[in-house]
Write a protein that binds this ligand. Structure first.
Ligand SMILES: [Cu+2]
Length: 151
């Protein structure tokens, strides 16, 4: 009797642990997916180029030598075909989901967004204007990349 009693305690104790593990595996650990990305002169490089819809936490490192930003745009256009006025993507004419404001070289910022399935473009929309010199458009220099969100 004593031995049997110990065994059933052991069984009841392990069941919640097994259920927890199964739930975590099924829900992707709470439902927020993390995407690390690197910004520098002149590129935006996420560690993956597509992800399933839902909450996505972008963890973005500025690995360059000057400030950059990350703008998340929903668009069916290819990443180099967004409407541009004088070097800057026209933010009135694209569907901006969210953005991380310009942040310093050597630092990391993050932002969690809820993304529906669709095509997106990640850009840096900083334009530097020095009198007497051509404008320096981070977007036109290459800080743009397509990002796909699947069902
Ligand atoms: Cu930039």
């Amino acid at each position: 009797m004593t031995v049997l009693g110990r065994q059933s305690h052991w069984v009841w104790g392990i069941i919640p642990a097994v259920i927890s593990v199964l739930l975590l595996a099924g829900c992707g650990g709470g439902g927020v997916k993390e995407v690390k990305a690197s910004l520098k002169e002149w590129s935006i490089t996420p560690e993956v180029s597509q992800i399933e819809s839902g909450k996505v936490r972008f963890v973005v490192a500025n690995d360059g030598s000057e400030p950059h930003e990350l703008v998340i745009i929903r668009s069916d256009l290819s990443s180099d075909a967004l409407p541009v006025v004088d070097g800057k993507v026209d933010e009135e004419r694209v569907d901006i989901i969210d953005e991380i404001e310009p942040f310093a070289a050597g630092t990391t910022e993050q932002k969690t967004v809820d993304l529906e399935a669709g095509k997106y473009v990640l850009i840096c929309n900083i334009v530097e204007r020095v009198p007497g010199e051509p404008v320096e458009s981070h977007y036109e220099k290459g800080m743009r990349t397509a990002f796909l969100v699947t069902d």
